[in-house]
Design a binder for this molecule. Structure first.
Ligand code: GLC
Ligand code: MG
Length: 588
């Protein structure tokens, strides 16, 4: 119903050619909190340590909630905080209903929620549905074929090789973290499927007991006062159904790499993006909506982790009759640049890819970093960090910031000896840098002091990144200008600007390298963003993009190295931008 109502409010027109992109004119219909929210991802292990063991924890997070309040973010999502042997640093959960001891206790978690409520901050948890830890009691019971747990995981006898007579895995399927996705279990005398590490057996979603159990997990944490979930690793949730003989099909070679252990070596036709996965997300949405109906309060949200192509990802939003996830993450600003490099046209392509595929009436979102991808400042170049934070904050919909992107943290330089990420550890010293995710997980940089103020203890679980002496909250807060201060002014603008919350969006390219974005709303000031992604100074005529923009534009926010002056008017007919310079101007 809501879908049809919204449909009538939104008019989408898609054009082509220079400067002509997508435009939507929306009314100022009241938006729910998440539609214009600033989400902030906390990686708990690396955010703030309160007890000196060099590992971040819940009390550490609670002690820094005022920092989040001061940043102006709406909601924090915490990477997993549940009981775990930490093979994949919390993404291998052994007890979905309790807190990892080195992070704290359930009481600490309740104190965190209480403090967050006082500060009007929302807390979102990571929901890891695809797998558990092999140390979970569910898996142990399943190994023993205990009643009710026999089919909790994807078990298979494997195949007998006709020539050698040896037992072999059921298929050639590969895990994400390199190597076979099947592991032999001596005790049960069967193989189990693990799309991630050996210690992360895949739960069997074709078993209704598993489906119910995981809904219990959602309800349990909703009852503890959380405002929703970031749903981990959705594409591999379901695998194809086996044939009548119980056999699964093999995947075929892609030609993308000649490394037979790399997941990209084979297609993932049968092990990712199954239609049942979409339906499961719709079922979780019902769990959330039911909870709200019964207990009242604000909406809680589902954010979906998926790197799948648009044809699959967009289905998570829901369809004509069913609501789905509020926000399937939009990683295009990461992935398009990873593949093609940073340029104005590639940024335009990334924006197009989401907005031109998103069903009408749904809410976009923009992500430039997380704990699985290189630091934004390292990926795009440190000179572009303000520009990229601007994009996330200026484009329509929700924004998502990974901890540290607001101060411009860069990747840590982690040696093979110090590598702890399973993806890195499953490779070798020659190629680990291609796979390891440790560089983007180094401790948060609070001060220029000992261990960057992350811990009072003598050591940190991962080495600190270089540059923390200058790139840290304390230094950037006291500087006249800094990435942090620019980030805060972006959030403040988002919150105060009706144009950003409700306005339409048009974007294009000027002089090849300059991306221009216009946000406009009737009876409100128009905002114009200009970013020079090139390496040469460019002088642009903004009226070529929008012929109504001829009067001087007032500068609101500029990137760190820009030498222009805020509060000054600039002539849009001849506006010069230095390499990497990024500006937000207003007609007001
Ligand atoms: C997601 C997480 C990643 C984790 C994986 C397995 O991609 O973001 O960190 O390793 O799922 O749970
Ligand atoms: Mg600690």
């Amino acid at each position: 119903m809501r879908f049809f109502l919204l449909l009538t409010f939104f008019i989408f027109s898609v054009g082509s050619g220079n400067g002509c992109q997508l435009e939507n004119s929306s009314t100022e219909a009241t938006k729910d909190w998440w539609e214009t929210a600033q989400f902030y991802q906390i990686y708990p292990r690396s955010f703030k340590d309160s007890d000196g063991d060099g590992i971040g924890d819940l009390n550490g997070i609670t002690s820094k909630l005022e920092y989040l309040k001061d940043l102006g973010v709406t909601a924090a999502w915490l990477s997993p905080i549940f009981t775990s042997p930490m093979v994949d640093f919390g993404y291998d959960i052994s007890d979905f209903f309790d807190i990892q001891p080195e992070y704290g206790t359930l009481e600490d978690f309740r104190a965190l929620i209480k403090r967050a409520k006082e500060l009007d901050l929302k807390i979102i948890l990571d929901f890891v549905p695809n797998h558990s830890s092999n140390e979970s009691s569910w898996f142990k019971k399943s190994v023993k074929r205990e009643k009710g747990y026999e089919d909790y995981y994807v078990w298979h006898d494997g195949k007998i090789n006709a020539t050698t007579g040896d037992r072999e895995p059921p298929t050639n399927w590969l895990q994400y973290f390199r190597g076979s996705a099947w592991e032999w279990n001596e005790e049960r005398q069967q193989y189990y499927l693990h799309q991630f590490a050996v210690q992360q057996p895949d739960l069997n979603y074709r078993n209704p007991l598993v489906v119910d159990q995981m809904k219990r997990v959602l309800r349990y944490w909703l009852n503890e006062g959380v405002s929703g979930f970031r749903c981990d690793a959705l594409p591999p949730l379901f695998e194809v159904l086996p044939d009548a003989d119980g056999q699964f099909p093999d995947e075929v070679m892609t030609g993308a790499t000649d490394d037979p252990d790399d997941r990209d070596y084979l297609t993932t036709t049968y092990i990712e993006n199954q239609p049942e996965t979409i339906d499961m997300v719709y079922q979780w949405r019902t769990v959330l909506d039911d909870h709200k109906r019964i207990f009242g309060g604000n909406s809680s949200v589902l954010l979906i982790e998926t790197y799948s192509a648009a044809w699959f990802s967009m289905q998570f939003y829901g369809n004509r009759s069913t609501e789905g996830a509020h926000l399937p993450f939009n990683f295009n600003l990461i992935t398009v640049m990873e593949q093609k490099g940073l340029s104005a046209s590639h940024v335009q392509e990334a924006i197009d890819l989401w907005l031109n595929n998103m069903p009408a009436g749904r809410t976009a979102n923009w992500v430039i970093g997380n704990h699985d991808k290189r630091r934004a400042a390292s990926r795009y170049g440190e000179e572009h960090i303000d520009a990229m934070n601007m994009l996330v904050m200026i484009l329509p919909g929700a924004s998502v910031t990974y901890q540290g992107e607001e101060i411009g943290m860069t990747d840590g330089d982690i040696s093979w000896e110090d590598t702890v990420d399973p993806w890195g550890c499953n490779s070798n010293p020659d190629i680990y840098e291609q796979y390891t995710r440790d560089p983007e997980r180094t401790p948060f940089q609070w001060t220029s002091g000992s261990n960057a103020g992350f811990t009072d203890g003598p050591s940190t679980w991962l080495p600190l990144a270089d540059g923390y002496e200058t790139v840290n909250v304390e230094t950037e807060s006291s500087a006249d200008r800094s990435h942090l201060k620019i980030y805060k002014s972006l959030v403040a603008l988002r919150k105060s600007s009706k144009t950003l919350q409700n306005g339409s969006t048009k974007y294009g390219i000027l002089e090849e390298d300059v991306l221009v974005i216009r946000r406009s709303l009737t009876n409100s000031p128009t905002l114009v963003v200009l970013i020079n992604f090139g390496t040469e100074t460019k002088t642009v005529d903004v009226s070529q993009f929008d012929k109504s923009l001829t009067a001087n534009l007032n500068l609101l926010i500029r990137s760190l190295d820009s030498t222009k002056t805020e509060g000054t008017g600039y002539d849009p007919l001849s506006l010069s931008l230095e390499p990497a310079e990024a500006l937000i101007l207003t007609t007001e």
